[in-house]
Design a binder for this molecule. Sequence first.
Ligand code: BGC
Length: 266
Amino acid sequence: MLISLKQQVALVTGASSGLGAGAARALAAAGAAVVINYNSHAEPAEQLVDEIRAAGGQAIAIGADVSKEDQVERLFAETIKAFGYLDILVANSGLQKDSPITEMSLEQWNTVIEVNLTGQFLCARAALRQFAKQGDRPGVSRAVGKIIHMSSVHQLIPWAGHANYAASKGGVDLLMRSIAQEVGQQRIRVNSIAPGAIHTAINEAATQGPALEKLLKLIPYGRVGDAEDVANAVVWLASDASDYVHGTTLFIDGGMSLYPEFRDNG
Ligand code: BGC
């Protein structure tokens, strides 16, 4: 199966590092023109643009905070101005503000919900409006548009000390499935990816030394994932190869969501 995203335009939010950067790189390698959205880190975003261009791909970087309605509207307007179309949205931006529940400030709660959940709503809404406006793209993509929400194993696994994060990802699950139910008839495909522990900056402390040993007990497949593991799934979900996949969450977690504590009879 050869996957090509040629002539397609992909917007990846939170793409200056981690899973977003990995997804942007892979989408560009598959032939898509890529918009690399960042919030505060312009420099790595511009470096990624240079890297993609040097490899013969098309990319631009656009700064915008996905939790702000006016900035999201501008992000999509600039995307269309630059490339004319939008075929793929990877709603990836996300952050953690960890705290025991009784210590958690309203600010910690709100920031996580605003970026991880409201941001995904605002970006999905803008993408859906654009897909409806531009309509069918025969010969380019079977679906009129594709949305991939970046969720987490914590849309399923409760996470003590991270209630705001787990609540935001639980929200992403029902947001994704409700949108999928609503727009499927327009031939717009909507899915989620739920990564487990992946080697990225957000996980640096958890994936080294004694913490790593503890973490590996939670991963039946026995290794921490890499950004490419997730990026490969993004490319597949964005392509015609997955054209009958709709309203689904793909767990990329080495089996973390299999309740490995029960391996030895619980
Ligand atoms: C979080 C990581 C965590 C992983 C598994 C992800 O959603 O961002 O920090 O290691 O879930 O617990």
